[in-house]
Design a protein around this ligand. Structure first.
Ligand code: NAI
Ligand code: MG
Length: 348
C-alpha cells in the first residue's frame, strides 16, 4: 500500500452526510497518507434528479477502489426502503461485506447515560453478520391491502456464511487482551437458525482454546448492555440483532455522534466501506451542528483496514484528546471547528 496512493471512493450522500465527510477527509489528508479520492453523487438528490439509485456501471466502478467512505443516505422525501435496500444493502451484499464491525467504546471524558460506568467497563466490538439473516429480502406478500393479506420475511443462515463471520470474531477476540467472545442470538425460540449459530461457535471454539466463549439471548444481552456492559468484549451476532444492539451500544457509549462502523470484506475481493452509524439527520442538516466524530473514527477504521495501523492510532488518539476537552463547552463548536481541532491534533 505504501508504494502507491490509496484509491478512495467517497459517497457523501444526503443531509449531514456531506458535512461530516468533509471533516473526515480533512483528517485523512492531515495524517499524511497519499490518498486519491473520487466523489460519487448517490442518494436522495440523485434519485430525485434522475430516478437512479445505484446504476450498474457505478457499482462496477466502485468495485475497483481500495475502500469506500460513506456519509449517510436518506431523506423523508424518498419512500422508505428505496435507498436502504437498493443502495446501502446492495453495496453490502454485492461487495460481500460479511463483517459489519461496530466498536462500542466509552472514551474518557464522554458522558454516558449509565451513571456509574467507566471507560474500562464499556469497551467492546460488535461483529454483526452483514450478508444474510432477515435482511436478504426473502419472503413475499399475498393479497396485499386486503383483510386476507399474508406477509412472510425469512431469515437465511448458511453454514458457510455463519462460519466465516464466527471465525473472524474468534480472530478478533484472540487479538484483544480479554480474549472473550459472546454469541448473541435467540436460540430458545429461533431454534433452527440458533442451533446453526450455536453449533458453529462450539465447533470453531475448539480451534481457539485461549478464547473464552459465552452465550446470551438477545433480550438479556440488551439488559446487560445497560446494567453490566463490562460483561462484553467481542460479540458475534446475526444481521438483525446486530443492527438493534449496536444502536443501544451507541447510546451507552456517548451517543450516535460518536458511533463508527466498517462494512468489511475480510477476503478483500471487493472494497470495504466505512461509515458513521448515524443517518442523514434532516433535522439538523445544513446548520453546522452535526458532530463529525463518528465519521472521523470511521476514517481511523478505514486506515486500520488498509494496514496503516500507526496512522489509525494517531487519528483515534486525536479524537480521544478532543473528547476529553469537550467536557467544557464543546456544544458551542460547529462541525467544521470540531474537524479543524481534531485535524490540528493529528498534525501535532
Ligand atoms: P439519524 O441518525 O439521521 O438521526 C437521529 C437523531 O440523531 C436526529 O435527531 C439527529 O439530529 C441526530 N444525529 C444523527 N447524527 C448526528 C450527528 N453526527 N451529530 C449530531 N446529531 C446527530 O436517524 P433518522 O432520523 O432515523 O434517519 C434520518 C434519515 O437517515 C432517514 O432517511 C434514514 O433512512 C437515514 N439513515 C441512513 C443511514 C445510513 O446512511 N447508513 C443510517 C440510519 C438512517
Ligand atoms: Mg441501524
Amino acid at each position: 500500500m505504501d508504494s502507491r496512493n490509496v484509491r478512495l471512493a467517497v459517497i457523501p450522500g444526503d443531509g449531514i452526510g456531506a458535512e461530516v465527510v468533509t471533516e473526515g477527509l480533512k483528517v485523512l489528508e492531515a495524517v499524511g497518507t497519499k490518498v486519491e479520492t473520487t466523489t460519487y453523487d448517490l442518494g436522495a438528490s440523485r434519485y430525485h434528479r434522475t430516478g437512479e439509485v445505484l446504476p450498474d456501471v457505478v457499482l462496477d466502478e466502485l468495485r475497483g477502489y481500495d475502500a469506500i467512505l460513506l456519509g449517510a443516505v436518506g431523506d423523508p422525501s424518498v419512500p422508505p426502503g428505496i435507498l436502504e435496500r437498493d443502495l446501502l444493502l446492495k453495496l453490502r451484499f454485492e461487495f460481500d461485506h460479511y463483517v459489519n464491525l461496530r466498536p462500542v467504546k466509552l472514551f474518557p471524558g464522554v458522558a454516558t447515560p449509565l451513571g456509574g460506568s467507566r471507560p474500562e467497563d464499556i469497551d467492546m466490538v460488535v461483529i454483526r453478520e452483514g450478508t444474510e439473516g432477515l435482511y436478504v429480502g426473502a419472503g413475499g406478500v399475498l393479497r396485499r391491502g386486503t383483510p386476507y393479506e399474508v406477509a412472510t420475511q425469512e431469515s437465511m443462515n448458511t453454514a458457510y456464511g455463519v462460519e466465516r463471520v464466527v471465525r473472524y470474531a474468534f480472530e478478533k477476540a484472540l487479538g484483544r487482551p480479554r480474549k472473550k467472545l459472546s454469541l448473541i442470538h435467540k436460540t430458545n425460540v429461533l431454534t433452527f437458525a440458533g442451533d446453526l449459530w450455536a453449533r458453529t461457535v462450539d465447533r470453531v471454539s475448539l480451534e481457539y482454546p485461549d478464547v473464552a466463549t459465552d452465550y446470551y439471548h438477545v433480550d438479556a444481552a440488551s439488559m446487560f448492555f445497560v446494567t453490566q456492559p463490562e460483561r462484553f468484549d467481542v460479540i458475534v451476532t446475526d444481521n438483525l440483532f446486530g443492527d438493534i444492539i449496536t444502536d443501544l451500544g451507541a447510546a451507552v457509549a456517548g451517543g450516535i455522534g460518536l458511533a463508527a462502523s466498517g462494512n468489511i470484506n475480510p477476503d478483500r475481493t471487493a472494497p470495504s466501506m466505512f461509515e458513521p452509524v448515524h443517518g442523514s439527520a434532516p433535522d439538523i442538516a445544513g446548520q453546522g451542528k452535526a458532530d463529525p466524530t463518528a465519521t472521523i473514527l470511521s476514517v481511523a477504521m478505514l486506515l486500520d483496514h488498509l494496514g496503516l495501523t500507526e496512522e489509525a492510532a494517531r487519528v483515534e488518539q486525536a479524537v480521544a484528546e478532543d473528547l476529553v476537552e469537550r467536557q467544557t463547552g464543546w456544544a458551542s463548536r460547529t462541525t467544521h471547528e470540531i474537524g479543524d481541532d481534531i485535524t490540528a491534533r493529528v498534525v501535532g
